[in-house]
Design a protein around this ligand. Structure first.
Ligand code: SF4
Ligand code: SF4
Length: 447
């Protein structure tokens, strides 16, 4: 290592400080200062190497170092810096679970946000394949894909090998990667048909008892049953439930692309309704951990001065975090009718980094005759990473330990708290997963 100062404080017990993302600062998009910072942080990582097994970004970096003429970071061609950036899917695990050099440590390493800055610079330079722009336009793709007949046609076509091979050749979507199904009977349509209920919401110090569901693009158009099950579980627990009808994409896919201006546009589109819901006493939940993380962490770090963003952040919960907060005050209905047996539960990275503990496990284990084994490893799916032709093999490799844990245990059910991660895991396990934790809870309630 050449530019890091040995002997500084490491392994501090202080909580990490996450600095806001200075994405409107003068130097943010300038390639020179970016490369300087990449070289500084790559050098620290090369001397540390703790994260080698987390994802493919770090092995890519360490291979570049080991193969460079100097066997140091200064021997890597600057153009090769992008190879590391391309392998990061912003799961945040290196920052939240491994790195001893995060702020307040003076080395100030925030690897995921440095990768995000690099992605943003690359996006501004216009070097983004058409495929990536299409895959991250989840609102538009979902709207078209869920049109009746179109949905059925796409779903049927996605099963055909020649179609998938063509898609791989023309668009770079791997022919074997699991693609989500489109549903014309969307979550919004399903919930609109539910009979009206009158509920007097009971508040606790942490929750209002009134819940708005941010359905998410994926929940609405690809996995509406998950939203339906979440809705029924919340209603069964005496909560006043409605959906955030005007919600658009949370912006996570555009964040992963580095298109920060699109993130801002989506934030502006969502905040008016979400902040109004919070103002009228609603808390908010979403069935996809990445979307929850977007409102709890990424938007507040991008817009630390925006009062609506901060107001929504405080009211946004993981659904099982919310149920456990209600349980603390005896307000979770525990009239379970049947046990669920042994469950393998994959805990997605974007839920782990919320630092809320294993709330899904805690709720499910309130059902007698239920034992939950959490699997806290990356699935490798990570937004659109796994379906890209150049990444699919890496994603399968990352997913393999999760699949093995499930196959090695004798579980009655297995599932992931992220339905997208669940699809890649299911492809490896080759027996059907259990829908969602909301579906299991609904089964336990007999509703
Ligand atoms: S954020 Fe996740 S994918 Fe990116 S470098 Fe860190 S561990 Fe790897
Ligand atoms: S991100 Fe931190 S823990 Fe991971 S390799 Fe770099 S310096 Fe080490």
């Amino acid at each position: 290592m050449s530019n890091v100062n040995e002997g500084r404080r490491e392994g501090s017990l202080e909580a990490p400080t996450r600095h806001p993302l200075d994405w409107k600062g003068a130097d943010f998009y300038a390639e020179g200062p970016l490369f300087k910072e990449l070289e500084r942080v790559y050098d620290i990582c090369h001397g540390c190497r703790r994260c080698v097994s987390l994802c493919n970004a770090f092995p890519t970096l360490f291979d570049l170092v080991d193969e460079s003429p100097t066997m140091e970071v200064d021997g890597i061609q600057k153009q090769d810096y992008w190879k590391v950036v391309d392998q990061c899917y912003l799961c945040d695990l290196c920052y939240m679970t491994k790195c001893p050099y995060v702020p307040p440590h003076e080395w100030n390493v925030d690897f995921p946000h440095l990768m995000l800055r690099a992605k943003a610079v690359k996006f501004e330079q216009g070097e983004i394949p058409l495929r990536d722009k299409i895959l991250t336009a989840t609102d538009v793709v979902g709207r078209i894909g869920s049109i009746p007949v179109v949905a059925q046609t796409i779903n049927a076509a996605n099963q055909l090998k020649p179609v998938r091979q063509l898609l791989e050749k023309t668009l770079g979507v791997h022919a074997e990667a699991p693609l989500p199904r489109f549903e014309s009977n969307t979550a919004r349509k399903r919930l609109a048909k539910k009979p009206a209920r009158t509920v007097s919401a009971v508040a606790t110090p942490e929750t209002t008892g009134k819940v708005a569901i941010f359905v998410t693009c994926y929940g609405d158009k690809n996995a509406p049953q998950v939203v339906d099950d979440l809705y029924e579980v919340l209603c069964h627990n005496g909560l006043e439930v409605q959906i955030a009808t005007a919600a658009q994409c949370c912006g996570m896919p555009k964040l992963e692309l580095g298109d920060l201006h699109a993130v801002e546009r989506l934030k502006d589109a969502n905040m008016a309704q979400l902040a109004a819901l919070v103002a009228t006493g609603f808390d908010i939940v979403a069935p996809i951990p990445s979307c929850v993380l977007m409102f709890k962490q990424e938007l507040p770090l991008m817009f630390p001065e925006d009062p609506q963003v901060l107001k929504v952040k405080r009211a946004f919960f993981d659904p099982f975090e919310y149920l456990m907060l209600r349980h603390k005050h005896g307000l979770l209905v525990c009239d379970f009718k049947q046990g669920l047996g042994k469950i393998a539960l994959h805990v997605p990275c974007h839920q782990r980094v919320q630092n809320i503990g294993l709330k899904t496990k805690e709720v499910l284990e309130l059902v007698s005759g239920t034992e939950v084994t959490p699997i806290e490893r990356c699935s490798g799916h990570d937004g659109t990473y796994a379906i890209k032709v150049e990444n699919y093999a890496f994603a399968k490799k990352i997913c393999r330990p999760v699949v093995k844990r499930i196959e090695d245990g004798s579980f009655d059910h297995y599932l992931s708290d992220c339905p997208m991660a669940g699809e890649l895991i299911e492809q490896g396990v080759e027996r059907p997963a259990a829908g969602s934790a909301f579906a299991l809870l609904r089964q336990a309630y007999g509703i």
